[in-house]
Design a protein around this ligand. Structure first.
Ligand SMILES: Cc1cc2nc3c(=O)[nH]c(=O)nc-3n(C[C@H](O)[C@H](O)[C@H](O)COP(=O)(O)OP(=O)(O)OC[C@H]3O[C@@H](n4cnc5c(N)ncnc54)[C@H](O)[C@@H]3O)c2cc1C
Length: 486
């Protein structure tokens, strides 16, 4: 935790105000409270929050952070689920929510250039008149920003067939820790040399501050067909998922919800899910109408092999939106069942979904905490939602431990630590489950190639315990230079 002392803090705040204007620097304790958390469980107060208007102001703020040798943590909408936007080492939170310009829509070349504070869904709304849209659609898309999406390499229900954020980012304008501004990539798909654009995507604000994003757009499909398949239990639903993909069908979306999620969603947004179902699949195909008709018939054929209670196809757009409203609203709906949730994000091979969910059920019993399951099932991406009450002594710790056990299960099943929410603070201690010391040394060297002072979002991604990785640490990685850990 970096602490400046009162006189220096006062001077810093005056200097920040002279860059962005008085009203865009937040520094009173009661106002900072709003920025001490994101969508995860952790909390920490920054020294100040700054809301820049453009790249030049980001540069000036970054240079000030370097002068004062204090951390700078970028923040979009704060919906992140791994603690990425929390200033756990104090310092400046750089909130990019004023940078909301859609700078260019090039309909002919199907690209757009936006500022990082543009809300995900606003881009597709703006490009819809051109018959185009931006496919990565996190369930938080009505509030989360494209800058946050880039930093987390976010996915969403429709990323199964279409791919995640990295498949749509063509180029990035980035402010580096020393205040220099660089473009990585362009508006074309291929650029020569090292793929610095690719390195920046998913780097969780630890390598640079993204100030402009060039993205690829795609045509709005001619037809979209949405199916609800209802099963007695998650076993049948899981087998149907594996079989759909094994049959060579790649739906645009293939989502699963278990009993607890179905009930919570239905009580909040009546979506038409049967309350007594053990599991549901929400399957969507899109494209040309003849192709989608054939895919719908194939999916129904496969689901029928697994004793469904019911299979229903949305008859119109209103029914389709209702079905999706249940799915996209389920996380909020769980607030009806418990005051807090810890949403775990791990991925397993599709064929291991069933036994991993059985393991999750056992963990729920062992820790005496209810766990609902929401899955981007087509990707094998599990989202167990552990319900707890932070007011009960020990409950938060129990939830975190149960989450750790679930991540261990995912790795044992041949999966990975994160499907889409990033590592942040949440999973940093679990990195050694997946990565060797050599892997992490390579990552640390990459970080040091961008900055040696560990000012950009320190205390994230890398484990804090020195037993985990052979890198001497003060924050996340060495602050003392490129050779310090060799
Ligand atoms: C209800 C709910 C549903 C969700 N569903 C999904 C889902 O389906 N798929 C999915 O992938 N995620 C999902 N998320 C997680 C979250 O919405 C995404 O990770 C999203 O991309 C975060 O965007 P944000 O603007 O809120 O970023 P923040 O939470 O503010 O920040 C996230 C990270 O990005 C960094 N960052 C932000 N802006 C910049 C920038 N301009 N330059 C550099 N670094 C930056 C921050 O430092 C931090 O590390 C969900 C969250 C909630 C609460």
């Amino acid at each position: 935790m970096v602490s400046l002392g009162k006189p220096s803090t006062r001077r810093l705040i005056e200097e920040l105000k002279s860059v962005v204007g008085d009203e865009y620097v937040i520094h009173r304790d009661e106002d900072l409270l709003v920025f001490e958390y994101d969508g995860s469980v952790d909390k920490a107060l920054p020294t100040a929050v700054v809301l820049p208007a453009d790249t030049n102001e980001v540069v000036s703020v970054t240079k000030l952070a370097a002068t004062y040798s204090i951390p700078i943590t970028a923040r979009g909408a704060g919906t992140g689920l791994s603690g990425g936007a929390i200033a756990n080492h104090g310092g400046i939170v750089l909130a990019l929510t004023r940078m909301t310009r859609i700078i260019q829509i090039d309909a002919e070349n199907m690209t757009a250039i936006v500022e990082p504070g543009v809300v995900n869904i606003d881009l597709s709304t703006a490009t819809a008149p051109y018959g185009l849209y931006y496919p990565p659609d996190p369930s938080s898309q009505k509030v989360c920003t494209l800058g946050g999406n880039v930093a987390e390499n976010s996915g969403g229900p429709h990323c199964l067939a279409y791919g995640v954020t990295t498949n749509y980012v063509l180029g990035l304008e980035v402010v580096l820790a020393n205040g220099s501004v660089q473009w990585f990539g362009e508006t074309t798909r291929e650029v020569g040399g090292y793929d610095l654009r690719g390195i920046m995507v998913g780097s969780e604000g630890t390598l640079g501050i993204v100030t402009k994003i060039a993205v690829r757009l795609v045509k709005i499909p001619e037809v979209v067909r949405t199916l609800l398949a209802v099963f007695n239990n998650v076993e049948d639903a899981s087998l149907a998922v594996s079989d759909i993909i094994a049959a060579g069908i790649v739906p645009a979306a293939l989502e699963m919800m278990d009993k607890l999620c179905i009930r919570a969603a239905e009580a909040s947004v009546p979506a038409g899910y049967p309350q007594d179902a053990g599991a549901i699949l929400l399957v969507e195909v899109d494209g040309l109408s003849e192709v989608t008709d054939e895919q719908v018939a194939d999916i129904i054929h496969v689901c029928n092999k697994h004793s469904p209670i019911e299979i229903r196809t949305a008859s119109d757009n209103i029914e389709r939106e209702k079905l999706w409203a249940g799915r996209k609203g389920v996380i909020g709906a769980l607030g009806r069942l418990a005051p807090n949730y810890y949403l775990v994000d791990g991925t397993v091979p599709r064929t291991r979904i069933m036994d991993t969910l059985k393991g999750v059920e056992k963990i729920s019993k062992d820790y005496e905490l209810p766990i609902g399951n929401l899955l981007h099932a087509g990707d094998g991406n599990l989202h167990p939602l552990i319900l707890f009450d932070e007011r009960k002594p020990g409950d938060t710790q129990k939830a975190l431990e149960a989450g750790g056990k679930i991540l261990e299960l995912c790795i044992q099943a041949g999966g990975v630590l994160s499907g889409e929410h990033g590592i942040g603070m949440e999973k940093q201690e679990y990195m050694p489950l997946m990565f060797t010391d050599d892997d992490m040394t390579s990552m640390a060297k990459l970080k040091l190639a961008f900055e040696t002072n560990d000012i950009l979002n320190p205390g994230k991604i890398f484990p804090t315990g020195s037993s985990h990785v052979a890198i001497p640490q003060t924050g996340a990685i060495s602050r003392t230079g490129p050779d310090a850990f060799i």
